[in-house]
Design a protein around this ligand. Sequence first.
Ligand SMILES: *Cc1c(COP(=O)(O)O)cnc(C)c1O
Length: 461
Amino acid sequence: MSIIRQLPKVDLVLEHPTIDALTIRVPRAVVVGSIRSQIDQRRRRILSGDSDKSLVAMEPLVVDVVSDVTRRLAPSLVSVINATGVVLHTNLGRAPLDSEVLQEAVQIASGYSNLEYDLEARGRGSRYTHASRLLCELTGAEASLVVNNNASSMVLMLAAMASGREAIVSRGELIEIGGSFRLPDIFRTSGVQLVEVGTTNRTHRADYINAIGDQTAMLLKVHRSNFDMVGFTAEVSGPDLVEVGHTYGIPVCEDLGWGAIEGLDTYGIPTITVRSRVEAGLDLVAFSGDKLLGGPQAGIIVGRAKWIEVLRQHPLTRAFRVGKLTLAALERTLIRYLDGRAAKLPTTHILTATRSDLRARADALCTELLARKVDAEISVEPCEGRVGGGALPSTTLESWGVRVSPHNRKNERIDKLLRSAAVPVICRIDEHGLVFDVRTVFDTEVILLADAIDQSIATEE
Ligand SMILES: *Cc1c(COP(=O)(O)O)cnc(C)c1O
């Protein structure tokens, strides 16, 4: 027990020159909190039988306090280098935002704005007016609404239009997008009775027609974002479903998920534009702001004014509302589509990068690595990336990458060190080495990436 009494007292630690210097930059309370917790940890170790003398020594305690304080003050959400070649990587923040768009948004958000103020009428306005005109112009819709994300769009559409009644969905479209978005759960949350029609692989017009009853409030089409059906399949497209719905006077809505403002088909990326669905007569179309659109996280709903008004009146709209940063960034992203600068939005730019640009970036990375005499086999090779998380699973993006096969070291160890680098690096890994797909690496990151690879391999001697 006596060794516990030798633990340095908090006041004494505070007098140590290193800690004293620390309290000039860092609030004293944070430093004291850290000293207490470090002393506590040592006390517990002593009580559990550890008699290591260094537990009561001042110098190691000071070192631990300094690194603990640094850790406490560091944010957990940080930039990473995406060398996976997956462009809209859900785990890595999906769409990278345009820096000019962001600067403009920051300017709005760092001061006051007319977020909910009508400058003409000199009184209360609505935050929902801001991106609205642009969304209508770009999609041909009568009206629009922006909410927190596309999952909330779905809950809102169902709750506002079909609560206590039924909505019909094909069995081939009862999707799960990540653990927290499963269509049957979304229905339950919205208080809507799910009526499944057709079979997993085939659904026909007649299936919808036979299921329509006096409780039917909506026909819902859900885009199969993250898997493909091939073989003996049949489905009723959104536009065909419109015909059925309107014959029976029932609204038809579509969850387009990866809906785009501009098609990317000429770049080999099959896309559905939101406009094509609006023109086909869908009552409402919902899609994400941070997928192909290349904007901030948001759920965008466009369509008939009558239904948008029903949604707007619903209390969930308040619960799902977006902040000024999102609205400012979204509106400015949309303007890029109108003024012809959409090709420069990072998402579009990355998705449509040419093979020769990619090759040049891979060569540049390779040159940097060779200059550092990295202890590894290094080669430039063609590789395949993807559009995003689970989107367009059959579409691959031809790219160029750098393969690094470290000498006498385990690939997994290097990968782990890369993930703890100053700017963490996420790459692909296989039995022959680590692959860095340069499509998703910005030109400005090439040097940083080369340094991280070099240091990781050097650390793991
Ligand atoms: C991505 C996606 C969603 C979920 O959208 P979030 O913006 O992530 O909430 C819902 N439905 C479909 C079809 C999607 O592709």
